[in-house]
Design a protein around this ligand. Structure first.
Ligand code: 5GP
Ligand code: ZN
Length: 113
C-alpha cells in the first residue's frame, strides 16, 4: 500500500487522529497552515474530488458532516472555518487520496492564493 493516507487509515503510518467513524478518519495536517488544520479522509481510497459521482456522493457528505463535528470539537465552530478540496495540478493537490482540509483559528484570506 503506497498511498500515505490509506496507510494512516490502516494505522500503518502514525498520525494525530482527532476523530474517526465508520466512514472517515480525521487527523492533524503534518504542515499546518492555520492554528487548526485537520484533514478528513474517507476510509475508502478515492483519488480526488473528480472521482465523486452519483455512486459515491454520500461519502462527500460524510466528509462535510465530519468537518462540522471536528470544528465543534476544536472550538472553531463559532469563529468559523474554511473547507478546501484540492483537485489536480492547478488545484494544488499533492496527495492523491481525497482529503477535506478544515482550516480555522485565524481569519482566512479571499481570494485564496
Ligand atoms: P493537498 O496539497 O494534496 O491538498 O494536501 C495534502 C496535505 O497533506 C498537505 O497539507 C500536507 O501537509 C499533508 N500531508 C502530506 N503527507 C502527510 C502525512 O503523512 N501526514 C499528515 N498528517 N499530513 C500529511
Ligand atoms: Zn489512499
Amino acid at each position: 500500500m503506497n498511498c500515505p493516507f490509506c496507510r494512516i487509515v490502516a494505522r500503518q503510518r502514525p498520525a494525530d487522529i482527532v476523530y474517526e467513524d465508520d466512514h472517515v478518519v480525521a487527523f492533524r495536517d503534518i504542515n499546518p497552515q492555520a492554528p487548526v488544520h485537520i484533514l478528513i479522509v474517507p476510509r475508502d481510497h478515492i483519488t480526488g474530488p473528480l472521482d465523486f459521482d452519483d455512486s459515491n456522493a454520500r461519502i462527500a457528505g460524510h466528509l462535510v458532516s465530519a468537518a462540522a463535528r471536528v470544528a465543534r470539537q476544536e472550538g472553531i465552530a463559532e469563529s468559523g472555518y474554511r473547507l478546501v478540496l484540492n483537485q489536480g495540478r492547478n488545484g494544488g493537490q499533492s496527495v492523491f487520496h481525497v482529503h477535506l482540509h478544515v482550516l480555522g483559528g485565524r481569519r482566512m484570506q479571499w481570494p485564496p492564493g
